[in-house]
Design a protein around this ligand. Structure first.
Ligand code: NOJ
Length: 564
């Protein structure tokens, strides 16, 4: 069995995603910035049990950008946008994080640049410009109109092609027309993007979150996508031509080589947005490509124990022993947990489920990612029509972090986020959800996360331990984490009814009821354990009997089993 010491930092870490625009503003312009993040580093980890205790941060883009897609349209890969600060601020942020033992992962956007990037401005200027083939240009189809049937990922955008009057050709954009796709079939582009990695590696970053990295391999013949949406886009059973093309894998191997030119295990974390886990694991199954790939199949599960059980099991059965999972349930593109799983009641059921989700993320085998505000149980925020700024409806999950109750005094007018008017409105529940309020309440979502992050950090069994999925009780997601003689039983009630757990009724998935004892400690059905963390704080440290245990509605427990 792997010992904890042989785990890499990116396997042990709890990673916290920062959306810089909305984290902390330091200059009163209403937009978060790098100096704001520096100010809040102690909140993330000051080395004491009072802080959140995360081990790494992932910073969403802060590069020079016209902000058509809020930074995912990069105009200069090697500079900080003045809105966010300067390169010196970045260096200071990096140093401050490292002093606190926090690793820094930055976003790298390899699939597309801004249309205002000098590369694109040159490329579009004439058909014989030396940078023409740095982007994907094609003639209109025979009938006129776009060269093929590829669509932008943003529904409102429609076709993934825009005609450029200057040369009469179309250019490809998998997202906005302001985000032309770079042509990765051109070795010059690949080399230039490797140099971007080196620029930041030289500065000392610990890794990259690679934006839609499965899109850097596309059919060079630009053939149509299959017409069956369901097969091509949802189940990923039919081959798409605009992403996940076999060439992506050799490109990832070369990216890995760049990371390995540096010491200190620089990590590559892919946004591999494929809902078919069979395809996803291709990106992490060898140790020559990505270190981690966000698992979107997991994020898209309905709130049912069986669905999550199945998704986790599928990843396990498809992945090789060296592959490592990256679990997450929120990011800056998707609904907040209390809204998504709250069944119309984000502040009631939704918040309780956010606590169950916290137990889930922090106890699975794999690296957990928490999106800023997730640790507060923030729901989606209402956005008045005249404040909508995003092209794809994502404003509700990008509202500013509430640090203090708003309006407590002049300074906290914007909940401690900014001295000015925030670029997006604060959540109306900021008063109750603010960090300072939650800090004082031992039973808050924030304090639950703080305890769980600490437990995971202190207990190697939760990091490297084996995981055995259990079944036999409807409504519960159940698994056992074990390392040497330590065994942690995780019981998560996905229903809003009380559920009875009877130790002797459960069995290991795939091994059948009869062979129950295989791999299971006898204490599971005959004995006792101690609650190490629970959605209900009152249960912490309770001694429980695993022969018959009642798990409350929308509740969960992490039990350390007594030795048998
Ligand atoms: C995925 C990012 O997470 C999203 O915010 C962005 O709009 C697209 N990639 C395009 O870069």
């Amino acid at each position: 069995m792997t010992s904890n010491h042989s785990l890499h930092w990116w396997q042990r870490a709890t990673v916290y995603q920062i959306y810089p625009r909305s984290f902390q503003d330091s200059d009163g312009d209403g937009v978060g910035d790098l100096r704001g993040i520096i100010r809040r580093l102690d909140y993330l980890n000051d080395g004491t049990p009072d802080s959140l205790g995360v081990d790494a941060i992932w910073l969403c883009p802060f590069y020079r950008s016209p902000m058509a897609d809020f930074g995912y349209d990069v105009a200069d890969y090697r500079d900080v946008d003045p809105l966010f600060g300067t390169l010196d601020d970045f260096d200071e942020l990096l140093a401050g994080a490292h002093e606190r033992g926090i690793k820094v992962i930055i976003d790298w956007v390899p699939n597309h640049s801004s249309n205002r990037h000098p590369w694109f401005e040159e490329s579009r200027s004439s058909k014989d410009n030396p940078k023409r083939h740095w982007y994907v240009w094609a003639d209109p189809s025979r009938e006129g109109g776009p060269p093929n049937n590829w669509r932008s990922a943003f529904t409102r955008e429609g076709a993934a092609w825009t005609l450029d009057e200057t040369t009469g050709q179309y250019y490809l954009h998998s997202f906005l027309a302001a985000q032309p796709d770079l042509n990765w079939d051109n070795p010059e582009v690949e080399a230039a993007m490797h140099d971007v990695l080196r620029f930041w590696l030289d500065r000392g970053v610990d890794g990259f979150r690679m934006d839609v990295v499965h899109k850097i391999g596309k059919d060079p013949f630009l053939r149509d996508n299959p017409r069956d949406r369901d097969e091509a886009f949802i189940k990923s059973t039919a081959m798409r031509h605009d992403e996940d093309w076999p060439s992506v894998h050799e490109r990832l191997r070369r990216i890995r080589q760049v990371l390995e030119e540096y010491d200190g295990e620089r990590a590559g974390v892919g946004e591999v947005y494929l809902l078919n886990q069979r395809r996803l694991v291709e990106y992490v199954n060898s140790t020559r490509q990505l270190h981690l790939a966000h698992n979107f199949a997991f994020l898209h599960q309905p709130w049912e124990a069986g669905a999550f059980h199945q998704a986790i099991r599928e990843f396990q059965s498809l992945s090789t022993p060296g592959a490592w999972a990256a679990w997450f349930l929120e990011n800056h593109d998707h609904d907040r947990i209390p809204t998504r799983y709250g069944g119309g009641d984000p502040e009631g059921i939704g918040r309780r489920r956010a606590r169950v989700a916290a137990l889930l993320l922090m106890t699975l085998r794999g690296t957990p990612f928490i999106y800023q505000g997730g640790e507060l149980g923030l729901p989606n925020s209402p956005i008045p029509a005249d404040r909508v700024v995003d092209v794809d409806g994502r404003d509700p999950v990008r509202t500013p972090m509430p640090w203090e109750p708003p309006g407590a005094n002049g300074v906290t007018a914007a909940a401690g986020f900014s001295a000015g008017k925030p670029w997006l409105p604060l959540d109306p529940r900021a008063e109750e959800l603010a960090v300072s309020r939650q800090r004082e309440d031992p039973d808050s979502v924030l304090n639950l996360y703080r305890r769980l992050i600490r437990l995971r950090r202190e207990e190697p069994v939760l990091q490297t331990g084996d995981i055995l999925l259990l079944e036999g009780t409807e409504g519960l997601l159940m698994y056992l984490r074990s390392l040497e003689h330590r065994r942690f039983l995780v019981l998560l009630n996905f229903t809003s009814e009380e559920v009875e757990f009877r130790g002797h009724e459960v069995h290991v998935t795939g091994r059948g009821h009869r062979s129950m004892p295989l791999g299971l400690p006898t204490t599971l059905w005959t004995g006792t354990g101690t609650v190490r963390a629970a959605t209900d704080l009152a249960l912490d440290d309770e001694v429980v009997d695993t022969r018959l245990l009642r798990i409350g509605p929308d509740a969960g427990l992490i039990i350390e089993l007594d030795r048998s």
